[in-house]
Ligand binder design. Structure first.
Ligand code: GLU
Length: 307
């Protein structure tokens, strides 16, 4: 028997469509290569499409030239996407339409609270603005997440349960500065692009609880979810653009890919390391199996390519 929450995450018998959705807040590093390669291999193993979506929805966090750098680095690693690249910065009309659907269902409210004020609240209740009919002028628009989803099935992490069921009773849909928030944009795009499976880093496990609440509100079946282990550095911190993770050297595409394959549980033979990138990727597609991906939230960055 399936529970209502399990049945939310099932798009059965549809041609596979996956995606890689980097934010251009920096260039590709080893952590983002893991997500790119894992989502690519999973799509290709399932004879599916692999789409590229540049999540340039937050101009203040964007680094000039990063989008182009990401695209070129993917090309140098021969991780070639299907169809045209989608840019979130060009899709505001769609996010506005989705937001209007939520408004109509009375699932949103205008909020004037500061981050500090929200942090002081019990996370299981909406802030007082929810009942006060606050003016939209200068307000953030929040989702009333009063029936939060607190568990879901993930193909690598398996049953994921929110810590102490602490999924917040509200999250942002549109910010005070007028920018659309990540949860709304990503769900709107994944629905619009017909994504059947989301493969991404385990740093977004928590976000999945919010995104599933939006799928339910839109009455659209959610994709399957696969959260890959995060790459962490010697200090136990996630490799990220903010942590100044080293940008991938595209001249070392072979080495980078072998390291990424090993991290994802593949065992490339030594002979493969000298092969062309295309040959390497074909071997990896053939050998790819989600069951070999380590079921952990984070793994150390042991770059041990024996070349
Ligand atoms: N844009 C997000 C990031 O770069 C990923 C979004 C997603 O895969 O859902 O971290």
């Amino acid at each position: 028997m399936t529970t209502p929450q399990q049945s939310l995450t099932s798009i059965p018998n549809q041609p596979y469509i996956g995606r890689f959705a980097p934010s251009p807040s920096g260039e590709l590093h080893f952590g983002s290569l893991i997500t790119a390669l894992g989502s690519y291999l999973q799509a290709k193993k399932n004879n599916g499409q692999w789409l590229l979506r540049i999540e340039d929805i937050d101009p203040p966090r964007e680094v000039a030239g990063a989008s182009q750098g990401i695209i070129e680095s993917l090309e140098r690693h021969q991780l070639l996407w299907d169809n045209k690249i989608v840019y979130q910065s060009q899709r505001s009309h769609m996010y506005e339409g989705r937001l209007a659907e939520l408004l109509q269902q009375n699932l949103t409210y205008n909020c004037h609270c500061t981050r500090a004020e929200l942090a002081m609240l019990d996370c299981k209740i909406c802030c007082p603005c929810a009942d006060q009919g606050k003016s939209p002028e200068g307000a953030a628009i929040r989702f009333k997440n009063t029936q939060a989803i607190t568990t879901f099935y993930d193909a690598v992490q398996q049953q994921v349960v929110a810590d102490n069921n602490a999924v917040e009773a509200q999250f942002c849909l549109k910010r005070k500065d007028g920018l659309y928030a990540y949860q709304l944009a990503v769900v709107s795009d994944d629905i619009d692009q017909g994504i059947t499976e989301v493969v991404r880093g385990a740093d977004l496990l928590q976000a999945t609880f919010y995104q599933l609440a939006l799928y339910r509100a839109f009455a659209v079946p959610a994709p399957r979810f696969v959260h890959l282990p995060l790459v962490i550095n010697a200090e136990g911190k996630k490799l990220s653009k903010q942590n100044h993770a080293q940008v991938l050297d595209p001249n070392r595409a072979n080495h980078n890919l072998v390291d990424a394959m090993k991290f994802l549980g593949l065992s490339p033979p030594a002979s493969l390391c000298k092969a062309k990138v295309e040959t390497m990727l074909n071997w990896a597609i053939e050998s790819w199996d989600l069951a070999h991906v380590p079921k952990v939230i984070a793994c150390h960055d042991n770059r041990i390519a024996e070349l």
